[in-house]
Design a protein around this ligand. Structure first.
Ligand code: ZN
Ligand code: FE
Ligand code: FE
Length: 195
């Protein structure tokens, strides 16, 4: 086997193990998510991930190799962190819990984006263009999943900021009787100083 083919097969064995683990982890993430949009995103990515496993099997076929997984320790660690995030989220506000889930999921997506980019490069160098095309499709879906998570986190972050501002309002000084001026929100600058 050529060196490059060997490298490619090694990468997709790792990816096969990584993606298979994710098909087990994503339903738990969907379960733990509070916001319906986040739940939906995890559920949708589960379906895509099942497709990623199928594509990898097709790539093994095209290369004339057996679809054998090789333990991906990095994904095992990321999945373990995801499980930790789910457990910790049970004692958190739903917003914080969701934002932590997004953080855990984006680490996973970036790991995959990196692995698929490398695998595609190897496939191109090998002249295995059908494999490269399949890898590009999956890479695109991983990138889209990452963008979607960023988009979903935006309103959650804004809400968390508002909640933080609300927590800063001192009821002693703003007055609670009717007719009093509504408290003006604290200036944004204050946020940066807090933490
Ligand atoms: Zn994937
Ligand atoms: Fe790995
Ligand atoms: Fe993914």
């Amino acid at each position: 086997m050529s060196q490059i083919k060997e490298l490619l097969v090694d990468q997709i064995k790792d990816l096969l193990h990584a993606e298979t683990q994710l098909t087990g982890a994503l339903p738990k993430m969907a379960d733990a998510a509070n916001h319906p949009k986040l739940k939906e995103a995890f559920a949708k990515h589960l379906l895509q991930t099942e497709g990623h496993v199928e594509r990898l099997k097709r790539i093994f076929q095209l290369l004339g190799e057996k679809a054998e997984p090789k333990p991906c320790k990095a994904m095992m660690g990321l999945v373990a962190e995801g499980e930790e995030t789910i457990e910790e989220g049970e004692d958190k506000e739903s917003l914080s819990a969701d934002l932590s889930l997004v953080a855990a999921a984006q680490r996973v997506e970036h790991y995959e984006i990196s692995a698929y980019g490398t695998a595609r490069n190897l496939a191109r160098q090998l002249g295995a263009m059908e494999c490269a095309r399949l890898l590009t499709q999956t890479l695109g879906e991983e990138e889209a999943a990452d963008f979607l998570l960023t988009a979903i986190s935006q309103p959650l972050l804004q809400q968390a900021s508002l909640d933080d501002l609300g927590a800063d309002v001192d009821l002693e000084t703003v007055g609670v009787s009717a007719g009093e001026k509504k408290p003006t929100p604290a200036p944004r600058k204050k946020m940066a100083n807090r933490n």
